[in-house]
Write a protein that binds this ligand. Structure first.
Ligand code: ZN
Length: 456
């Protein structure tokens, strides 16, 4: 396909479209067009991922004028458009021209950039201009940028749920519902995406033009449908404020959001720091080596966390050792919430240590799963940030520790290690001064705890 034609198609998407509106999804009536419902195999847009980048959170973005030149990077999880004509022509191979419709939070990426990098596989290694890639300086793509990316790095829209980010304007649905705290999915089934195809009528004096409006479904955080509406492909309004979440993790992610909103009612999806998966490639087929993780939301200044918890000895100021797989993190949040309901005196603070720790970072070998966390024993009457062994009987509070470990067990955790012989747990050397717990990302009981909490 000729580049000029591609450019024409892509440029025609800019915000000067007849049907663009500033802050509304409502389509003006267009009596000159005739519309009917259809099914389309082609999605309205794609989610950018990576191809053979290793454990990195970006993909190369090549100059539109010359795809041999990489001058920018595109963060994984960006929403991009590519003309229908470009997809399906060469299998998974080759590059396609895309236009950027949305990019993930720069703030979260900067936290990764500012994390400590003195070990192989540091979190910091994952950014485009990491110290291990010194000398390579690429700009981050912006909305409306046009360039080329590898086709194999594109993921289909239908496998994602879209959540509206925090700083977006107050968009309203056609029925007048504010969409800011909702989720949005595309209307889709095995036969394709639901669209409204509108064309100029035969009587129209001029060339016939058609366009497709994809059907979107607005849902509450429980996943109940609220309403549906047709949006002209890439309407200039709300797409750039959508954060795509893979459907494989949407359930625990929503539960985490709901739990965070117990204390911070306005907590938004872009405040949750998500780390994309680590995939390995064989040809154009990817295999997940480490699935996506979410970072426990700690205050970087005070190390205070949800439900009165505290992060002791963080690896760095960014709390880079606080990532966990979503169901595991979510079950831990439920434990923290439940614990806080009954334990409120001094000594009740849950002091949390390392979560995900790559094997190459030394120590904490079993923390490579992203399902485990270390927790200090509880104290009789202090919440001092100081280590404690169960043998220090004047300070150690066995009853509090015992009931907390019971909560961990009830949550479905697969491993609990702690050396106090008066408490039921697995024993292992070096576990006098902390409880080591692993939840288990795929355990049904852990998933249930995440979704429903504890029975009263
Ligand atoms: Zn541990």
């Amino acid at each position: 396909m000729n580049k000029l034609l591609i450019l024409e198609i892509i440029i025609s998407l800019f915000c000067h479209s007849l049907y663009a509106q500033d802050d509304s999804l409502i389509l003006p009536s267009a009596p000159e067009f005739l519309c009917n419902q259809q099914k389309l195999a082609v999605p309205p847009f794609y989610i950018s991922d990576e191809y053979e980048q290793g454990d990195r959170i970006w993909e190369n973005f090549r100059k539109f004028e010359n795809d041999k030149i990489v001058d920018k990077y595109i963060p994984r999880g960006s929403i991009v458009y590519t003309p229908e004509e470009m997809i399906g022509t060469e299998g998974s191979t080759g590059r396609v021209p895309v236009k950027i419709l949305s990019v993930p939070s720069k703030e979260n990426e900067d936290r990764i950039r500012n994390s400590k990098s003195n070990r192989r596989n540091s979190i910091e290694d994952k950014v485009a201009d990491s110290k291990s890639l010194k000398g390579i300086n690429r700009k981050r793509v912006k909305v409306n940028d046009i360039g080329w990316i590898g086709k194999a790095s594109l993921k289909e829209a239908k496998n994602h749920t879209f959540m509206v980010t925090k700083d977006s304007p107050i968009y309203k649905s056609p029925a007048g519902t504010a969409i800011s705290d909702k989720q949005i999915t595309l209307s889709y089934d095995d036969t394709g995406y639901d669209v409204l195809r509108c064309c100029t009528p035969d009587t129209f004096n001029g060339p016939i033009t058609c366009f497709d409006r994809y059907k979107f479904i607005l849902q509450d955080l429980e996943g109940n449908d609220l309403e549906s509406f047709y949006v002209k492909n890439l309407e200039c309004s709300f797409i750039q404020n959508l954060a795509p979440i893979s459907n494989t993790i949407i359930t625990p992610i929503k539960s985490i959001l709901n739990l965070m909103r117990v204390e911070s009612p306005k907590f938004s999806i872009d405040e949750l720091e998500l780390l994309p998966s680590y995939q390995s490639w064989s040809g154009y087929t990817s295999r997940i080596k480490r699935s996506e993780m979410a970072k426990m939301p700690y205050d970087n200044e005070t190390s205070q966390g949800p439900f009165g918890s505290y992060h002791y000895r963080p690896d760095d100021q960014q709390n880079s050792d606080a990532y966990m797989k979503p169901n595991s993190q979510c079950a831990l949040l439920q434990v923290l919430k439940k614990h806080q309901e009954s334990c409120t005196t001094a000594g009740c603070q849950v002091q949390l240590g390392d979560m995900y720790h790559h094997d190459n970072w030394g120590s904490h070998e079993s923390h490579d799963s992203g399902e485990c966390v270390d927790i200090r024993p509880f104290r009789k009457n202090d919440d001092d940030n100081a280590g404690l062994s169960y043998t220090q009987t004047s300070r150690y509070d066995r009853e509090k520790t015992k009931s907390f470990i019971k909560l961990l067990r009830d949550s479905g955790a697969r491993v609990i290690i702690f050396n106090d012989t008066q408490i039921t747990a697995r024993r292992l050397e070096n576990h006098n001064n902390h409880i080591h717990v692993c939840f288990g990302e795929n355990r049904q009981k852990v998933k249930n705890t995440c979704k429903n909490g504890f029975a009263e």
